[in-house]
Structures are given as structure tokens and as C-alpha cells.
Design a protein around this ligand. Structure first.
Ligand code: GLN
Length: 237
């Protein structure tokens, strides 16, 4: 039995190398001896309702609105989440999972309400390295500081049903000192990077949920070296 991964609209939601998240999941699954089946969903094509892991990346405002409209029309993501699937959504993908976000004209647009968050605008666009310490709500076993890159104008406010994924130690994140949000197995974050290459433990948690057991962390020297390089780069400033 393979783990089903759905890559949602990578042509609309795939800025800053976010497609690397699916590559990281696939690579780590191989290292762990887990078979995966990846479906890349293009706009206009059917979103599977039975995936184990849905992955959404970031996007420009116009692409973000197009992706949100298509996901509304489909309904499959909500159905998948109801059936226990997990979701990793980056930046625009994260904002789409909330109640509302602002479109390119600054008008509120409806999100999918899979996370209790709303997004308006930061005073100044957040661009640069982002470091954040996993919060008590982060999936169990995630304790190492998350590293990533952020580039967004959105300021995301968490409601009571969404918990912060992490606390910002460098950069902006949600805009109030917290970074990302988690509710059950739905994770939204501003961490580009790609996120799962820089933070492979998150990938192992997503795969672990899909196979119903905790995975040991496979430390790869290259990944640890990249992580250390980013930490050094930021803290040297
Ligand atoms: N368009 C959104 C914003 O600027 C998301 C950007 C992104 O995904 N990098 O807030």
C-alpha cells in the first residue's frame, strides 16, 4: 500500500521552489522504505478526495485567487481532511486554508476555512530568512528551530481553533511573533525553502501520520549542513 500525496496546482502554487516539498516527501519515504504515489493536480483537473497528504505551495496574489476558486469548486480538500488526511500549505496555500485573505485589489476573498485564521496585510512586505522555534502545539518530536525563507504581504491572525506552529526568532512569520498554524493534521506556514528540505522532521511527521507509526529521524549530512549554514547565516547578521 502506498502513501498518496496530492500536489495541488503546482503551476499556480509553487513559488520559491515549493515543489521541492513533494520531492522531499518522496525522497524521505524512499529512505524509510515507504512507497508513495504522487498525483500532480493541474487547475481544471480533479483533486483527489482520498490522498493521505495534500501539499500546497505559495503563489502570487492572482494565482492564489485562481487556486482558491478552483479548490472551492472542488470540495475535495475538505473531504480529504475530514477523512484524516494531512495538509502542508505554504504561504499563499496557507492563506487559502483560512477564512479570508486579500486578493490583488485588497478585497477579502473566501478561503476554505480549514484553519481558523484570517489574513490581511502587513504594513511592510516580509522578505528574508525566517527562523522559528516550534511551539508546544507543533507535532510531537519537533523541537529543532525551523528555518526557511519568507516573502509575503499577508498578516495572518489566528482564531482560537488554530494554534501557532512556532514562535518567530528571526523574521516576521504571521506578523504577531508567531509563525504558521496547526489544527489537527492541517499545517500552514510561511516557511519556503523548500520547507521540508530544510525541516525534514516535518516531512517525517507527515509520512508517519500517513502510515500510522512514528518514523525514526534519518539524519542526512547534507541536510544538517544546509540547516547549520542557514542558522549561521542569520545569526551572523
Ligand atoms: N500573495 C501572498 C502574499 O503576498 C502569498 C505570497 C507567497 O505565497 N509567497 O501574502
Amino acid at each position: 500500500m502506498s502513501v498518496k500525496i496530492a500536489s495541488i496546482y503546482p503551476t499556480l502554487l509553487g513559488t520559491y521552489g515549493d515543489g521541492g516539498n513533494v520531492a522531499a516527501l518522496t525522497h524521505l519515504a524512499t529512505l524509510h522504505g515507504i512507497a508513495v504515489e504522487v498525483t500532480e493536480v493541474s487547475p481544471g483537473h480533479t483533486v483527489p478526495h482520498d490522498a493521505d497528504i495534500y501539499v500546497l505551495g505559495g503563489g502570487e496574489d492572482t494565482a492564489q485567487s485562481a487556486a482558491a476558486a478552483a479548490l472551492h469548486a472542488s470540495g475535495a480538500l475538505a473531504e480529504g481532511v475530514k477523512n484524516g488526511a494531512s495538509v502542508l500549505a505554504i504561504c499563499a496555500g496557507y492563506q487559502i486554508l483560512g477564512h479570508t485573505f486579500l486578493d490583488a485589489e485588497g478585497k477579502p476573498s473566501a478561503g476554505l476555512a480549514l484553519l481558523d485564521v484570517t489574513t490581511d496585510r502587513l504594513d511592510t512586505r516580509a522578505v528574508g530568512e525566517l527562523l522559528a522555534q516550534p511551539s508546544e502545539f507543533a507535532p510531537a518530536g519537533l523541537t529543532e528551530v525551523f528555518t526557511g525563507y519568507e516573502n509575503h504581504g499577508g498578516h495572518t491572525h489566528l482564531g482560537p481553533d488554530a494554534k501557532p506552529l512556532a514562535t518567530v526568532t528571526h523574521g516576521v512569520g504571521n506578523g504577531d511573533g508567531t509563525e504558521g498554524a496547526i489544527s489537527g493534521r492541517v499545517i500552514g506556514t510561511y516557511l519556503h525553502g523548500p520547507c521540508l528540505v530544510r525541516n525534514p522532521r516535518i516531512a517525517e511527521r507527515l509520512l508517519g501520520w500517513a502510515v500510522g507509526r512514528d518514523l525514526d529521524h534519518i539524519v542526512e549530512a547534507e541536510v544538517e549542513a544546509l540547516r547549520q549554514e542557514r542558522l549561521d547565516f542569520v545569526t551572523k547578521k
